[in-house]
Write a protein that binds this ligand. Sequence first.
Ligand SMILES: [Mg+2]
Length: 171
Amino acid sequence: MRRSARFARLFPDEELASIFELDPSRLKAAGKRGIIFDLDNTLGPRGAQELDGAVLELLDRLRAKGLLIGILSNDEGLTRGGLRAGLEGYPIYFDARKPRRQGFRQLLREMALKPEEAVMVGDNLFTDIWGAKRLGLYAILVSPFDPREPFHIRLVRLAARMILSLRRLLV
Ligand SMILES: [Mg+2]
C-alpha cells in the first residue's frame, strides 16, 4: 500500500463547521444512503438531555430527502432517557466504544447499509473519524457543537488539530 493511501485512512474526507452545512443532495449523488451521527458535541452540547428543535428539524429534513439516519454514541446513555424519547424513530446506540468497529457494524446492520453507503459525522478525530475510516465509511469532521469545553477535552482537540495539520506532509 502506498504511504499516502495508508495515512489517508486517518483523516476525514471533509471538514464542516457544523451539521447544518451537510448537503444531502451531494451525498446522495455520491451514492450515500445513510448518515450515522455522533451525539455529544455533534448533535448537541455534551450530556444534553434534549436536542435543539433546529437539530431535530435537520434530522427530519435529511430523512425526508431519503437518507437513513442513525446515532452512535460512546456515552453509556444511562441518564439519556429523555433524549432517547425525543429521537424516537431513529436507531440510537450508546456505549459504542468508537473507534472500535463493532458498534459501527451493529448500527450499519440495523440500518441495512453497507459501509461504503454510509457517512459518519462527528466532532472527534480519534473516535468518530478513525473508527469510521477503519471500516470504509465516508467521514465528515464537524466543529464541536459547544466550544466551551473542559481543559482535558481541549487538549484532545489540540492533538487532533496537530495531526490534521500534518496531513499535508503525509497524504
Ligand atoms: Mg462527540
